[in-house]
Design a protein around this ligand. Structure first.
Ligand SMILES: CC(C)(COP(=O)(O)OP(=O)(O)OC[C@H]1O[C@@H](n2cnc3c(N)ncnc32)[C@H](O)[C@@H]1OP(=O)(O)O)[C@@H](O)C(=O)NCCC(=O)NCCS
Length: 173
């Protein structure tokens, strides 16, 4: 595999939209409207880029988005929050990720987090919090394969399933 993390880029419009159709089939990412995105994909890319600036409202922290690309095809996305707030400390953590349904169980989950931890290091993060639902076996394996140490499993008032909270040390190179 010759995959890499790319910043969001309009050159991946077609395969991003293919992936979105797959997510919609499993009732994920329904807030994204394929027709609207198709009309103004460059605007969507600029919107994602803006999320990494520190001028965000509504208590959101700056967040960088990256797309996993393999052989020119959109495989999944990773978001890197630059620091934690009280909410992220409980749920969400520094890094979130997803792999498109037709590309799962091929090692991309482990790969996207490994590459995301390198981005986190460049962001100056030395210890990353990653959370997942207690019943999300795939995500837990991805985190543990990348050195995640489980701190605790907590039942949060707004979540039906308990949340696992893992920390990953990121050595400074
Ligand atoms: C969780 C997710 C990222 C895993 O991606 P993936 O590309 O399938 O992961 P990998 O192929 O690297 O698999 C990692 C390990 O988990 C296992 N695994 C993955 N999905 C699994 C599942 N649904 N059930 C059981 N094991 C699973 C794999 O067999 C592999 O096991 P191994 O350690 O023995 O090799 C993907 O299922 C996904 O995007 N899910 C929806 C979004 C999501 O849950 N994101 C994470 C939020 S915390």
């Amino acid at each position: 595999m010759t995959y890499f993390l790319s910043p969001p880029d309009a050159i991946y419009r077609l395969t991003y939209l293919d992936a979105l159709r797959e997510f919609h089939a499993e009732l994920h990412n329904l807030e994204q409207d394929p027709a609207a995105l198709n009309q103004n994909f460059e605007g969507y890319v600029r919107y994602l880029e803006r999320q990494s600036t520190d001028k965000r409202r509504d208590g959101l922290v700056p967040e960088s988005y990256f797309w996993l690309i393999d052989d020119g095809i959109y495989i999944g996305r990773l978001s890197l929050r630059h620091y934690l707030n009280d909410r992220l400390l409980q749920f969400g953590g520094h890094i979130g990720y997803e792999i498109r349904p037709t590309k799962r169980l091929k090692g991309y989950g482990k790969a996207i987090l490994r590459l995301g931890l390198e981005k986190a290091r460049r962001q100056g993060i030395t210890r990353a919090l990653i959370t997942c639902d207690d019943d999300n076996i795939g995500s837990a394996r991805v985190i543990e394969a990348n050195g995640g140490i489980l701190e605790n499993t907590v039942l949060l008032s707004h979540r039906a399933v308990p949340t696992r909270r893992y920390w990953i040390d990121i050595p400074v190179q």
